[in-house]
Design a protein around this ligand. Structure first.
Ligand code: C2E
Ligand code: CA
Ligand code: CA
Length: 802
C-alpha cells in the first residue's frame, strides 16, 4: 500500500506527463478560440457543442494520458463502460456549464453557476475515470483530499468562467484558458493523491481494456482536440481578417460621411469619425478618453438621459473645438459594439450654416433690402404688439404715413441709383429723429411709416411730424447732384382713429393724401371726412384710366386775340373729360390727380398730337397753344415726343406754343434750360403760364428764354377793384417788352377789363369775353366771323374767295 503521490515523480513517465500537459494546454487554447465564436456568431448552440467536445476531450485525454504515464508493474486495465461514461460526463457537463454561463442576461451570476458546473463536471470526469480502473486489489479514498480536490476544481472553474465572460477580450481569454489548465492539472494530481491502491492477490479479474487499447482511445481523443483546435484557428483567422477588412471599410465610409459620427458607451466616447473629430477637436486617444458630457450643455445632458427615440432627430447645442457652442441636429441609435455590448451611435449634423441662412432668410422676409428697415409685414406685426400693449396699459400710440414729394422726379432725372441713394438718406434721417421705442418701416417706393409709441398726447406726434418735415426738406447731396425734396405726412392715432392696425394705417394714408392735396410738404391728422374724399379720389383715378384707354377725352380750343385789333392769333388747347358716370370733370380737378399718378403722360401726349393735327387742318395758319405739365417736362424724351407730333401732323414748329408753369423752374434748372433750348431750336415758342401765382420771381423770366408771359386770371378778375393789380400788370408788361416777350392776359370777362388791359400794354387777350373754349368743329365758323389778321402772304387765296 503506498500513496500515489509519493511516487509521482519517480513512477510517472516524464515524457507522457509532458505530452499530457501539452495536450491540456493546446486543448485549452483551442477551447478559448471556439469560445469567441459563441459571442460573435449567430449559431451559438453549435459552437457551444463544439466547445464541449473540445474541452471534454481535453480534460479526458489529459486525465488518461496521466494515468498511462503511471509506471507500475501491476496488471492494470480499464472498464470500457465507465471509461466511455467518464468521457460523456466531461463533454455534457462542460457543455451545460458554458450554456449556463453565456446563455442568460445576468453574466456575473451565469459565470458563477457555470463555474460551479465546470468544476464539478471535471471532477466527475476524473472520479468516473478512476472508477474505470481495474487491477488486482481495490481503491480507497482519502475523503478530506477528495473534498479538497473537488472544491479546488470548482474554485478554479469559477475563476476561469468569471475571467472568460468577456469573450471578446483576448487577454481575458488567455487567462481563462490558463485557469482551465490549472483546474485540470490541480484536480488530477490532488485527486490522485486522495487515492490509495490496496492490493489483494485474490482479486484477479483484471479483464477490460488493456493499456494499449486505452492509449489508442486517448490518441483518438487527442486527435479530436487537435482537429477542433486547428479548425477553430482557421475559422478564427478567416473571421478576424474579414472583420478587419469590414471594419476598415466601415471606417472609410464613416470618415467619408459629412455627418459627425460618435460612438459612446455609458457616456464615454469610444469612437468618432473624421467629421466628428474635426467638429470637437478630438484626436486619437483623446477621442476615446472624452466624456460625452463635456461636449453638451445642461439641456443636452438632460436630453441624453432620455431613452432613445429612433424616429426623431432633435436639436442640441454642442461645444466645438474652439470652445463655442454650435447648433446641431442629432439622432441616436443603439449599436452593438465589437465586444458584443450595447453602445450608442450619435449622428451629428452641424446646423450653423443652415441656421445662419435661415436667419438671413427670416431677416429678408421682414426687412426692406434697400434700407434694411422693417418692411410692411414686420411693421404690422410690431404695430399689433403695440396695440396689445396699449390696450393693457391704456396708452396711446400713433402711426405716421410718410410719402416723399418729388421722388419720382429725382428718379426720372438722375436715374435709379440716385433714387436708391436718396431713399437710404431719407431712411437715415427719419431714423435719427426717432426714439428707440419707435419704429420706421419702408413699404416700398417712397412710402415710409412710423410707429410712435407714446403715453401722453397727440402733441408728440405733431412734434415728430414737424421735425421730420424739416429734416426731409434739407437738400440731399447725391453722388453727382444735390436735390431738394419734401415729405407729406399723415397721422392716425390709436384708439381714436382706428381699432385695428390696418384701419390705422389706411387712415394715416388718407391723412397723408390730404397733406399732398393741401400743397405737399405738410402734415395732416386723420379726420373722418377724409375717408370719403380719398374714396372719391380713387374713383376719379379709376375712371380717368378708363377714359384714357377708351379714348373718350376731348379737346376744346379757346382763342387768343390781339388786344388792339381783336384778330385771333392762336387757340389754346384745353382737355375736356365728360365721364359717363362722373359727369363733366374740370381739368383743374383731374390734372393734379393725373400728375400724381403719372397718367398725365398719356394724356399730355394725346392732347399734343390731337392739337397739332387740328391746327394743321385749319383754314388759317394760326398757332396752337398746348399746356405742358412739369411732370411731362421732367421725363426724358419730351423733345422727341414733340418732334413726332409735329412730323406726324405736318404742323411747322413755328405754329406751336407750349405753356409751362413756374413750378417747372424750381429745380434742375440746367436740365430744364437745355430742354427749352432744344424746343426753341425747332421753332416752337414757350409761354410762361399762370404768371404771378407761383414763385413769381422776375429773375426766372430773365434767365429763361420765354416768348410769352400769361398773366394769371386772378390779377385780371380783381383788376378794377385792386389798383395794386393794375400796377403789377403794367410792370410785367413793360418788363416783357424790354425782354422782347409778348404779354397775355387770361380770364378777360368784361369789356372794361379788356379796355384796361389794352391801356396797360398787354399784347393779347384771352377769356370768355372773346370766346369760351369751343369744340374743334366750331373753329371754322368762329374764324369766319373773326378772321385772322390779313397779311397777303399767309392768306390762302382759295379760302379768301370762299
Ligand atoms: P389754364 O392753362 O390757365 O387754362 C385756362 C383756364 O381758364 C381754362 O380752364 C379755361 O377754360 C379758363 N378760362 C378761360 N377764359 C376764362 C374766363 O374768362 N373766365 C374764367 N373764369 N375762366 C376762363 P380749364 O379748361 O378748366 O383748365 C384748367 C386748367 O387745367 C388749365 O389752366 C390748365 O392748367 C389745365 N389744363 C387744361 N388742359 C390741359 C392739358 O391738356 N394739359 C395740361 N397739362 N393741363 C391742362
Ligand atoms: Ca394754359
Ligand atoms: Ca393759365
Amino acid at each position: 500500500m503506498y500513496r500515489v503521490l509519493d511516487c509521482i515523480t519517480v513512477d510517472h513517465d516524464p515524457y507522457l506527463v509532458v505530452l499530457a500537459a501539452i495536450i491540456c494546454a493546446f486543448g485549452a487554447a483551442a477551447s478559448s478560440l471556439v469560445a469567441t465564436r459563441i459571442a460573435s456568431s449567430g449559431r451559438a448552440g453549435a459552437w457551444i457543442a463544439l466547445l464541449a467536445i473540445n474541452a471534454g476531450s481535453t480534460v479526458w485525454a489529459t486525465h488518461f494520458l496521466a494515468m498511462l504515464a503511471f509506471r507500475t508493474t501491476l496488471p492494470m486495465s480499464y472498464d470500457p463502460g465507465l471509461t466511455l461514461l467518464s468521457y460523456l460526463i466531461g463533454v455534457f457537463i462542460i457543455g451545460f456549464s458554458v450554456r449556463v454561463a453565456h446563455g442568460g442576461q445576468r453574466r456575473a451570476r451565469g459565470a458563477i453557476a457555470g463555474g460551479v458546473l465546470l468544476g464539478s463536471g471535471v471532477a466527475a470526469l476524473h472520479y468516473a475515470g478512476m472508477a474505470a480502473l481495474r487491477f488486482p486489489g481495490h481503491l480507497s479514498y482519502d475523503v478530506d483530499l477528495v473534498i479538497i480536490s473537488v472544491l479546488l476544481s470548482i474554485a478554479l472553474g469559477i475563476s476561469s468562467m468569471w475571467v472568460g465572460r468577456r469573450l471578446a477580450d483576448a487577454h481575458a481569454r488567455t487567462l481563462a484558458a490558463a485557469l482551465f489548465v490549472a483546474m485540470t492539472v490541480t484536480l488530477h494530481f490532488t485527486g490522485m493523491g486522495a487515492v490509495r491502491l490496496e492490493l489483494s492477490p485474490l482479486a484477479a479479474d483484471a479483464a477490460g481494456m488493456s493499456r494499449s487499447a486505452l492509449a489508442i482511445a486517448v490518441t483518438v481523443a487527442a486527435l479530436v482536440v487537435l482537429l477542433i483546435g486547428i479548425t477553430a484557428a482557421i475559422v478564427d483567422q478567416r473571421i478576424a481578417s474579414r472583420l478587419a477588412s469590414e471594419a476598415e471599410r466601415f471606417r472609410t465610409l464613416a470618415d467619408g460621411a459629412l455627418e459627425g459620427l460618435l460612438v459612446h458607451r455609458d457616456g464615454l466616447i469610444v469612437d468618432a469619425n473624421a467629421a466628428a473629430r474635426a467638429m470637437f477637436g478630438l484626436n486619437g486617444p483623446v477621442a476615446a478618453a472624452t466624456r460625452l458630457d463635456t461636449l453638451l450643455d445642461a439641456a443636452g445632458i438632460a436630453r441624453m438621459k432620455e431613452p432613445i427615440d429612433d424616429e426623431r432627430a432633435f436639436e442640441l447645442s454642442l461645444l466645438n473645438a474652439q470652445g463655442a457652442y454650435f447648433p446641431a441636429e442629432v439622432s441616436r441609435r443603439h449599436i452593438k459594439l465589437a465586444d458584443g455590448l450595447q453602445g450608442e451611435l450619435l449622428a451629428i449634423r452641424d446646423l450653423t450654416t443652415r441656421k445662419k441662412s435661415e436667419a438671413r432668410i427670416a431677416h429678408l422676409a421682414l426687412h426692406d433690402p434697400l434700407t434694411d428697415l422693417p418692411n410692411r409685414r414686420l411693421f404690422l406685426e410690431l404695430a399689433n404688439k403695440a396695440m396689445g400693449h396699449a390696450q393693457r396699459t391704456n396708452e396711446r400710440f400713433g402711426i405716421l404715413a410718410i410719402d416723399l414729394d418729388g421722388f419720382k422726379t429725382v428718379n426720372d432725372m438722375h436715374g435709379h441709383a440716385a433714387g436708391d441713394e436718396l431713399l437710404r438718406t431719407v431712411a437715415r434721417r427719419i431714423q435719427s429723429e426717432l426714439r428707440d421705442a419707435d419704429v420706421v418701416a419702408r413699404f416700398g417706393g417712397d412710402e415710409f411709416a412710423i410707429l410712435q409709441s407714446f403715453t401722453t398726447q397727440p402733441r408728440q406726434a405733431m412734434a415728430l411730424a414737424e421735425r421730420l418735415l424739416e429734416t426731409l426738406q434739407t437738400p440731399i447731396r447725391l453722388a453727382d447732384a444735390e436735390v431738394a425734396i419734401s415729405a407729406s405726412i399723415g397721422v392716425a392715432l390709436y384708439p381714436d382713429d382706428g381699432a385695428t392696425t390696418e384701419d390705422l394705417l389706411r387712415n394715416a394714408d388718407t391723412a397723408m393724401y390730404r397733406a399732398k392735396a393741401d400743397g405737399k410738404a405738410t402734415c395732416r391728422f386723420f379726420e373722418a371726412q377724409m375717408d370719403a374724399a380719398l374714396e372719391s379720389r380713387r374713383r376719379l383715378e379709376f375712371r380717368l384710366r378708363h377714359a384714357i384707354t377708351s379714348e373718350t377725352l376731348e379737346i376744346a380750343f379757346q382763342p387768343l386775340v390781339g388786344s388792339r385789333d381783336g384778330h385771333p392769333v392762336a387757340f389754346e388747347a384745353l382737355v375736356r373729360w365728360n365721364d359717363a358716370e362722373l359727369g363733366y370733370i374740370s381739368p383743374a380737378d383731374f390734372i393734379p390727380v393725373a400728375e400724381e399718378t403719372g397718367l398725365i403722360l398719356p394724356i399730355g401726349e394725346f392732347v399734343l398730337r390731337r392739337a397739332c393735327m387740328e391746327a394743321a387742318s385749319w383754314s388759317q395758319p394760326l398757332s396752337v397753344a398746348v399746356n405742358l405739365s412739369a411732370v411731362q417736362f421732367r421725363r426724358r424724351g419730351l423733345v422727341d415726343m414733340v418732334q413726332r407730333a409735329l412730323t406726324e401732323s405736318g404742323l411747322p414748329g413755328e405754329r406751336l406754343e407750349l405753356e409751362v408753369t413756374e413750378s417747372l423752374l424750381i429745380d434742375n434748372r440746367d436740365e430744364v434750360l437745355r430742354t427749352l433750348t432744344a424746343l426753341k431750336e425747332m421753332g416752337i415758342r414757350i409761354a410762361m403760364d399762370d404768371f404771378g401765382t407761383g414763385y413769381s420771381s422776375l429773375s426766372y423770366l430773365q434767365s429763361f428764354p420765354f416768348d410769352k408771359i400769361k398773366i394769371d386770371r386772378s390779377f385780371v378778375t380783381d383788376l378794377e377793384a385792386d389798383s395794386q393789380n393794375a400796377s403789377i400788370v403794367r410792370a410785367v408788361a413793360s418788363m416783357g417788352r424790354s425782354l422782347q416777350m409778348q404779354v397775355v392776359a387770361e380770364g378777360v370777362e368784361t369789356r372794361s377789363q379788356a379796355a384796361l388791359l389794352k391801356d396797360l400794354d398787354c399784347d393779347e387777350l384771352q377769356g370768355y369775353l372773346i370766346a369760351r373754349p369751343m369744340p374743334a368743329a366750331e373753329i371754322e365758323a368762329f374764324l369766319q366771323e373773326h378772321p385772322a389778321r390779313v397779311s397777303p402772304a399767309d392768306a390762302a387765296p382759295a379760302e379768301a374767295a370762299a
